[in-house]
Write a new protein. Structure first.
Length: 406
């Protein structure tokens, strides 16, 4: 039995990055031998075991054979006769196909160290084309390793996979999982730009793909192109370390601009409501979690209205806060403002623009929040009277705090 550390831990160590998870491959062992040594079996599709003390994963060396389209269309063969090189050959990129022996020596049959030096993502073998998830992983790695690029032959292979319909076979959960991870990387725009370049974005997110080439009014959007704007928005969100719901809302807030009739461009009248409809389709198709879905819908519908906050009367500000459900969902309201910040600052030359409207609306909520609705309710004789009295008190509080008219 020989044990090797493999995958991301070896790669990140060579890159001088912190190592989070360590995975191991075991050559020359059977499942019975692993159990006899105290390892606990946990693998469903292939033999994986947890170390009796560290609880780290140890997988038996294996090979894979393509049996159907999609990432689940594989049969797995694990046997003591499978060599380390055969196991490494089934991996996605050369930088992930390096093993480290227990004595610290490196086994690198596919020249992953050279590609680390070249800052290149290169597929290990043509078997790369058998798993379409690897296209998404390539995008995620580009978003994480921002100085890497995809080898031309690997990009060509990914294009051929898209043409062959492999991406069509991806299951929604895996698509969302990889998109979510990519959004949380250092420069998420690189993922979506690569997916667009190889044709995969048109398959998995056509609503986003159609934004490139759609013009916006230069006065408000010096970058003009809507696709470029959205990429700037999600990258700004990443620089601020914002949460996944905020980043997803940033990604989808302008989807409706892709359906603006050509004869009214570069204006986008009513794009907010069109965005809402498209987001509903996306979140249903990809089974996006509720926290991401709910924030994305609110941001798409109301981000344009926020820009008029300073021109609103106190009563209109209160109505806007109620539409946002800000009194009950303070956390979502704060995330709404963060996503709108990303929209405002994800524009050419406006990365540090003031956020006066957001601050104004936030101050209105703070003022209205000082009203003791419970105390008012005790003095009223009906639910309608309570509602009217609380609203009047909140309007007065907003007026006083912001010196506004009713």
């Amino acid at each position: 039995m020989q044990i090797y550390q493999v995958g991301g831990a070896v790669r990140d160590s060579l890159l001088g990055l912190p190592v989070k998870d360590r995975d191991y491959v075991v050559v020359g062992a059977t499942p019975d031998q692993m159990v006899a040594a105290g390892y606990r079996p946990v693998g469903k599709d292939f033999p994986v075991f947890l170390h009796p003390h560290t609880q780290q994963e140890y997988a038996l060396a294996r090979t894979e054979r393509k049996t159907a389209k999609g990432y689940k269309g594989f049969s797995v063969y694990a046997d003591p006769q499978v060599t380390l090189e055969e196991d490494l050959a089934r991996r996605d990129f050369t930088i992930n196909a390096i093993a480290q022996a227990e004595d610290g020596s490196l086994i690198d049959p596919f020249h992953g160290q050279a590609d680390i030096q070249k800052k290149t993502l290169r597929h290990v073998t043509e078997a790369f084309s058998e798993d379409p998830v690897r296209i998404l992983r390539a995008g995620r790695f580009l978003a994480r390793f921002t100085d890497f690029s995809v080898a031309p032959e690997t990009l060509a292979l990914m294009r051929s996979m898209v043409a062959a319909g492999e991406v069509d076979a991806l299951v929604p959960e895996r698509v969302w999982q990889e998109i979510a991870k990519g959004l949380m990387e250092k420069q998420p725009s690189r993922m979506f730009e690569m997916l667009r370049e190889c044709g995969a974005l048109q398959v998995i997110l056509p609503e986003l793909n159609r934004l490139w080439g759609v013009p916006q009014t230069a006065t408000y959007h010096p970058e003009i192109d809507t696709g470029i704007h959205v990429m700037m928005v999600i990258d700004y969100a990443a620089t601020q370390g914002y949460s996944l719901p905020v980043r997803f809302a940033a990604l989808t807030h302008d989807l409706g601009k892709g359906t603006t009739p050509a004869d009214v461009l570069p204006r986008h009248i009513g794009h907010e409501l069109r965005s809402v409809g498209l987001i509903r389709e996306v979140v249903a198709r990809l089974r996006v979690p509720n926290d991401c879905k709910d924030l994305a819908l609110v941001v798409a519908k109301y981000h344009g209205k926020l820009h008029a906050a300073r021109q609103m009367k106190a009563s209109t500000l209160l109505q806007f806060l109620e539409e946002l459900d800000a009194f009950r969902q303070r956390g979502r309201f704060e995330d709404f403002l963060l996503a709108c910040e990303c929209d405002s600052r994800g524009r050419l030359g406006l990365q540090n623009c003031p956020l006066d409207d957001a601050q104004h609306l936030s101050a209105a909520l703070q003022a209205a929040g000082t009203v003791d609705a419970g105390a008012i309710a005790k003095t009223c004789h009906s639910p309608a009277h309570i509602k009217q009295s609380v609203a009047e008190a909140r309007i007065h509080a907003i007026q006083s705090a912001l010196r506004l008219t009713h």
